[in-house]
Design a protein around this ligand. Structure first.
Ligand code: ATP
Ligand code: MG
Length: 182
């Protein structure tokens, strides 16, 4: 049955294959083209010039209906990270922003890029993420990306896609290339 009424979906992109963030960005571009208001909040990522920053800035300049904010301090590891406090503070601040923007009524689609990493690294409690989803207005679509999505999140989601690693140029020693990896 096809229904035209907008019911906000919880969408998860996870798995060890490449394409989780790029699929979310593809969805953002589609949604913007269809007149939706789109916000992308990037957890963990920060201070690195990804191609999508330029793309979204250019789209934003057209009508302000799409925005990307880097809320992190760059990729991190669970152990031995001297900047852990900084990462934790950034993740907590990103969660405050996430809650505020979800409730604002300003957006039809919100992407929490790499939020699963933030949970995996112990920067955010999964219970907080689940609560965030429970409390959101029911017409807002939410996308959550990152490897190792927690089973509780997968259980809650309406749409879950697992990217599966079959082959990656990294395995042959090919370094990350601009425009493809970042
Ligand atoms: P992308 O941003 O390209 O869609 P992703 O979101 O699926 O990738 P992440 O887990 O966020 O992947 O990893 C970010 C970076 O690691 C990207 O530069 C991506 O190309 C690279 N990457 C993703 N999967 C693999 C893999 N299986 N092996 C090596 N590098 C990978
Ligand atoms: Mg990613």
């Amino acid at each position: 049955m096809v229904c035209v009424e907008q019911k906000g979906l919880i969408i998860v992109h996870t798995g060890d294959g490449k394409g989780k963030t790029t699929a979310a960005l593809g969805l953002a571009v589609r949604a913007w083209g269809d007149g939706l208001r789109v916000l992308i909040l990037q957890f963990i990522k920060g201070g690195w010039k990804y191609g999508e920053l330029d793309t979204i800035e250019k789209l934003k300049a057209i009508d302000g209906r799409i925005e990307l904010r880097q809320c992190g301090k760059g990729f991190t590891r669970r152990d031995g990270n001297e900047h852990r406090q900084e990462h934790a503070a950034a993740a907590a601040e990103a969660m405050v922003q996430a809650r505020k923007e979800l409730a604002s009524g300003d957006w039809d689609l919100i992407i929490f890029d790499e939020i699963n990493y933030a949970v995996k690294f112990g920067l955010i409690d999964i219970a907080e993420v689940l609560l965030l989803l429970d409390d959101r207005p029911e017409n807002v679509h939410v996308v959550l990306t990152g490897r190792d999505a927690r089973p509780e999140l997968i259980e809650k989601a309406d749409l879950v896609t697992e990217m599966k690693l079959v082959r990656h140029p990294f395995q042959k020693g090919v370094k990350a290339q601009k425009g493809i990896e970042f």
